[in-house]
Design a binder for this molecule. Structure first.
Ligand SMILES: [Ca+2]
Ligand SMILES: [Ca+2]
Length: 766
């Protein structure tokens, strides 16, 4: 409430040690200091009058050229929500209260056809670099498939907006989620962390999701921190959305350069888990009792009333069970109440950002952009019947020390030591719960479109785009809609245009992928922007291309192309591919050409059987070995054994193949050998009953045809146990000796590199 009234202190939550450090710095420093002393010694009034005039002229002379370059260029703020559907904010049809966004919309310009890529990592890669995600090496998530478009780590052949704007004398700040590198663990390479990729200041998480009360991989600049032992930021209750907004506000308050700034505010709300503050949840109590069908219809009607959608666009059919048939109604309602509270809280903090801009008289010349990274998410999380504990032995869980780093995406316990719970018998919202809101509410989020996050039908890739810039958007356009299609790739081009920056052709001798988008600036004065190329999508084999009003779209690597006239049918209900075979063929061939040029192909999906791994039955590998999938042992549904010759004992991964869906890892922790399998995402571990001794220089793990795992040191048996199956599919990730790169198999984040010495690894496929 206070935030709305704008009376919260500007340094909310921040420690105030030496006063000047954290208090907003509002008085700009003088541009130049000039010594006029000899002149000022002149005695008569007449003389000093002239001197004064001279001084004014002198200052004006100095100031004018600076103002042309330094003062007129706008600040740019990009605020991004995570896993939020097209209709989830008030000015796009929602009942969720977002007064700050609605005000920006009614004084700014709303785009009705703005697109993202359909998922977190690729969207961030595309936004940051102005390229398609595959060109930046992040066609998918953070796993390295050995393919150029799917390296899972931001490439050195692309530049971030911060890297491009810094030489143009912009200060560059980021508050929030990064998610374009898998290197998270303390001590791992930080070459792709924000500070190394152009940003002057960073507060946020390197990883993509986590608890809002205790997020994993929380970092300030280059240091991993615990939110509960942070000397700089001590709110009464730590809540990540607030922390992101408070740090964004802080960066604005502490910006003390004559130059403008670029600020990227990357929220994790309302991505799962459904975590919100009690006062915000309370506000939405009862608002969703009517169930998903009615809310969806209401949103559709509001979109019509707002003039956001064309009446020709039908509401797509409900894609969930009927509300009447819903089994756990109260539990489902609670999810949407919490989700709404998360979006509401994001908007409240945006109010503080706006107030800081106003306080510093920066509001008029700041372009604020609000978007979402993908559509509402139908991927379930924690939605099984009953109650499931994240730790099999909750009684033994101890509170975490305030200084402990939280490195788990799903913490096993809260800081207080309360075990994390999931399932239908657990009401969501608190720090000890971890749920997603499910497909039916995601269907509401994406009103009126079809599909969700992951798909490249309109529900997966459509985002609101609210733009606000009093000095830059023509008054006649305020509160209006812009219907030209636009995409994330355009944000770099827009920033370069507004900052009058140079986009580099090469850096450190490496060719930089050119910007793929167009500046959106012409839209701010009601002009069309000329887009020379179609807009393209590829995500997990789902494909699309848009040219004018036509969109060709397909599901999965083998799905048929569907053709839609989006001017008449944005909900994609009437497939015209059979009616327009020539257009379909032409657009499909354009997509194929783009896919190859932009590294979307070769892709890791549905690769033919020939590429399922090496047929070799025996492997001898040295320390440091890294094999692509094609060269890795073909272990799908196969028993095998791994023998590791150790030169010097240590802790970490001895050898790993695969990632968090399919794979295996042989590792040592606390001197105990562990063999872990990822069986379709289910982690199963067999560990030794006894510790290794210094003399144990040869250890062996054997996976038998029946799923029995045996562990040996030399001839001595260390332990055995049963896993539920062999590895189900050939993992996409390759194999490494001494670490687990890309997606990780289990129990640890990042590579968990072995800190001893490995001499040799032998793998035998049985
Ligand atoms: Ca997302
Ligand atoms: Ca891996």
């Amino acid at each position: 409430m206070e935030a709305r009234a704008g009376i919260e202190p500007a340094n909310r939550g921040f420690a105030v040690p030496g006063l000047t450090t954290w208090l907003p710095r509002r008085a700009p420093k003088p541009l130049l200091s000039i010594d006029f002393t000899p002149l000022e010694q002149a005695k008569t009034y007449f003389e000093s009058f002239y001197i004064m005039k001279l001084q004014i002229l002198f200052y004006l002379f100095l100031f004018i050229p600076i103002s042309i370059f330094g003062q007129s260029r706008p600040n740019v703020i990009i605020v991004m929500a995570d896993d939020m559907g097209w209709s989830d904010i008030g000015c796009y049809g929602s009942e969720i209260e977002t007064p700050n966004l609605d005000r920006l919309a009614s004084n700014g310009l709303r785009f009705t056809q703005f697109y993202n890529t359909g998922r977190c990592c690729p969207t961030r890669a595309s936004l940051l670099t102005g390229t398609y995600p595959h060109q930046a090496g992040i066609g998918h998530m953070m796993n390295d498939t050995g393919l150029p478009g799917y390296k899972g780590d931001l490439g050195s052949n692309v530049q971030t907006i911060a890297e491009v704007l810094s030489p143009a004398k912009y200060s560059t700040y980021i508050s929030g989620k990064w998610h374009v590198t898998p290197k998270i663990q303390p001590g791992s390479s930080q070459h792709n962390w924000p500070r190394q990729r152009g940003f002057d200041r960073f507060y946020g998480t390197i990883h993509g999701a986590g608890s809002f009360f205790d997020p994993n991989s929380l970092t300030r600049d280059n240091t991993l921190i615990s939110p509960h032992a942070d000397k700089e930021y001590k709110p009464e209750v730590f809540y990540y959305t607030d922390a992101i907004n408070d740090h964004a506000t802080r960066f604005i308050n502490e910006h003390n350069s004559k130059n403008p700034f670029f600020l990227y505010v990357a929220h994790t709300a309302p991505h799962w888990p459904m975590h919100a503050l009690p006062e915000d949840i309370k506000k939405y109590k009862g608002r969703y009792d009517a169930g998903w069908e009615k809310i969806r219809k209401k949103r559709y009607q509001k979109q019509l009333d707002l003039g956001l959608i064309d009446p020709k666009w039908k509401l797509s059919p409900r894609d969930a069970e009927a509300w009447n048939d819903a089994k756990n109604k109260e539990w489902e309602i609670r999810h949407m109440e919490v989700y709404a509270a998360m979006v509401d809280r994001l908007d409240q903090g945006l109010g503080r950002i706006i107030n800081a801009l106003k306080d510093r008289k920066m509001f008029d010349n700041t372009l604020i952009i609000f978007i979402a990274d993908n559509g509402g998410c139908a991927e379930g999380m924690g939605r099984k019947e009953g109650i499931q504990y994240k730790d099999s032995n909750p009684e033994t869980l101890k509170p975490m020390k305030a200084t402990d780093l939280q490195m788990d995406m799903i913490p096993r316990r809260t800081r207080e030591g309360v075990v994390m719970k999931q399932g239908t018998e657990v009401m969501t919202g608190g720090a000890d719960t971890y749920h997603g809101y499910g497909k039916a509410w995601a269907n509401v989020s994406n009103t009126p479109f079809r599909e969700y996050k992951h798909w490249v039908h309109e529900g997966g890739i459509s985002a609101p785009l609210v733009t606000h810039w009093p000095k830059g958007i023509a008054p006649k356009l305020r509160g209006k809609f812009e219907h030209q299609p636009a995409h994330l790739i355009d944000l770099m081009a827009t920033c370069v245009d507004l900052a009058k920056a140079d986009f580099p052709e090469e850096k450190n001798g490496e060719k930089i992928v050119p910007m793929q988008g167009v500046s959106l600036k012409p839209a701010f004065s009601g002009k069309t922007f000329k887009r020379p190329n179609p807009i393209f999508w590829e995500h997990e084999g789902n494909r699309a291309i848009r040219i004018g009003k036509w969109k060709l779209v397909a599901k999965g690597a083998n799905g048929n192309w569907e053709l839609y006239d989006l001017a008449a049918d944005r909900s994609e209900l009437n497939d015209l591919s059979e009616k327009h075979p020539d257009r379909t063929t032409e657009m499909a061939s354009k997509w194929e050409a783009w896919a190859i040029e932009a590294n979307a192909k070769p892709w890791p999906w549905n690769r033919n059987k020939k590429n399922q791994g090496s047929k070799k039955k025996a492997f001898t590998l040295n320390t440091g070995t890294s094999l692509t999938k094609e060269l890795s042992p073909m272990i799908s549904k196969k028993p095998f054994e791994v023998e590791v010759h150790i030169e010097q004992q240590g802790e970490g991964v001895l050898v790993a193949q695969g990632g968090d869906t399919h794979g295996w890892v042989f590792l040592i922790k606390d001197n105990i050998a562990h063999f872990t399998l990822s069986l379709g995402g289910k982690i199963e571990t067999i560990q030794a009953n006894e510790k290794l001794t210094k003399k144990d220089n040869k250890i062996l793990a054997k996976l038998n045809p029946d799923g029995k795992v045996e562990l040996f040191a030399g001839k001595r048996k260390l332990g055995s146990g049963q896993v539920s199956s062999l590895v189900k599919e050939m993992p996409i990730d390759g194999l490494q000796v001494g670490r687990d790169e890309g997606g990780t198999v289990g129990g640890y984040k990042d590579a968990f590199a072995f800190d001893g010495k490995i001499k040799k690894v032998r793998i035998k496929i049985n």
